[in-house]
Ligand binder design. Structure first.
Ligand SMILES: NC(=O)c1ccc[n+]([C@@H]2O[C@H](COP(=O)([O-])OP(=O)(O)OC[C@H]3O[C@@H](n4cnc5c(N)ncnc54)[C@H](O)[C@@H]3O)[C@@H](O)[C@H]2O)c1
Length: 363
């Protein structure tokens, strides 16, 4: 029996993840895994995967330690798992230290302030989480960790040269070190440097993932990233508001596809290496809004919402916003039995259904 997640759609996604990577996660049994940022959107899926894995299997469980300071994460995401003997929750700021009082075998380091609206509001906390937090995670890993996964970001590429789209891992980036996004982009870049340095100096078995625009159920509706923003409009039965001309492109990756790739990286022997993780179905923001407008009536009932354009109150909303972003996934595909499986239309419908289900529960 799969441990009950907070939503039927999340349960299904966790099952899909386990069907694919369950056998590869055999080395986790009887060991301890630390997930930083575990109460956040993406990292909560690692916690769900292990909870489900432990429930499915006889024999020694994988012990989980979830560290989060709840700055952008919410305790409610994992409230259904708090009384389990195999999971320890620690409310701690990774930028001030990682004092757990016990060794860990695996680390997934995802603690960060990831939404542009929030990292611009908390720039120093963002730098501290990315730089000092990563240093603490890597120090901890020096005590014999078997595998570490660092969740970096596609933002390390900045606004790429059009000739370098789809963007491969060896593209060095076009990033402003003083612009409004620099607190996130540059500190993630330095965190990657820390990872490769710890690998070179101390043999820390760290792999770096660069996720590209991952979305799905459980992303906070008030997170201020584009998909939850548009879905919040749809749920309020209001026009889908774009704060740009809609011409910039992104390649959105459904959360279950990304998590399958992250798990494969964690237990792989690709230490010191970097991998793009995402979907290479590039779409303009305008096309994204149109697609959501056509899906919304199927999920929420008619009518279809209109798409509206407004100027954001946040004057830096579009500063240094990349015009095109799409990953080159050749390296990930060549090294692992992995493909993104969920087309954008399906992922959007699943996500909107999960939000609708959650708001119906809240009444
Ligand atoms: N979702 C995406 O598309 C995406 C894309 C690129 C990179 N990432 C990276 O993946 C990771 C997870 O992102 P997410 O989208 O789930 O964001 P999220 O905000 O939902 O999760 C981040 C979690 O980290 C926690 N946190 C922040 N600062 C902390 C600190 N100092 N100490 C302890 N915990 C702290 C937050 O409370 C939150 O629970 C981040 O590192 C982010 O940079 C995500």
């Amino acid at each position: 029996m799969i441990a009950k997640a907070s939503s039927m759609i999340v349960d299904e996604d966790v099952r899909t993840i386990l069907d694919d990577v369950g056998p590869a996660l055999e080395p986790l049994h009887g060991t301890t895994l630390l997930v930083t940022g575990g109460s956040g959107f993406l990292c909560s899926y690692f916690v769900e995967t292990v909870a489900a894995l432990n429930a499915l299997r006889d024999g020694p469980a994988c012990r989980l330690i979830v560290v989060d300071n709840l700055r952008t994460g919410t305790a409610s995401r994992l409230a259904h798992l708090v009384n389990r003997a195999d999971i320890r929750f620690v409310q701690q700021d990774v930028s001030t230290g990682l004092d757990l009082g016990e060794p860990v075998d695996w680390i997934i380091h995802g603690a960060s302030i990831a939404s542009p609206t929030f990292y611009r509001r908390y720039p120093l906390e963002t730098i501290d989480a990315n730089v000092s937090g990563t240093r603490h995670a890597l120090e901890l890993a020096r005590n014999g960790a078997r595998g570490v996964l660092y969740l970096s970001t596609s933002e390390v590429y900045g606004d790429p040269d059009p000739a370098c789209i789809p963007t491969p891992e060896d593209y060095r980036g076009n990033v402003s070190c003083t612009g409004p996004r620099a607190c996130y982009d540059e500190s993630k870049r330095l965190a990657e440097t820390l990872c490769v340095t710890y690998h070179q100096l101390y043999g820390v078995p760290v792999k770096i993932a660069r996720p590209f625009n991952v979305y799905g159920p459980r992303q906070r509706l008030d997170d201020r990233r584009i998909i939850p923003d548009l879905m919040a409009c749809a749920l309020r039965r209001q026009p889908l508001v774009l704060f740009s001309d809609g011409r910039a492109t992104r390649a959105f990756c459904y959360v279950a596809d990304a998590i399958r790739a992250f798990w494969r990286l964690l237990v792989s022997n690709a230490s010191g290496e970097v991998f793009n993780v995402g979907n290479d179905e590039e779409t303009s923001i305008r096309a994204l809004a149109d697609r959501l407008a056509s899906i919304a009536p199927e999920v929420l009932g008619p009518p279809s919402p209109s798409v509206a354009y407004q100027v954001s109150d946040d004057r830096n909303y579009l500063t240094d916003n990349p015009q095109r972003r799409c990953p080159d996934l050749s390296k990930l595909r060549a090294r692992f039995p992995w493909q993104p499986r969920v087309p954008l239309a399906d992922g959007l419908a699943r996500t909107l259904r999960a939000y609708a289900e959650a708001s119906a529960k809240e009444g």
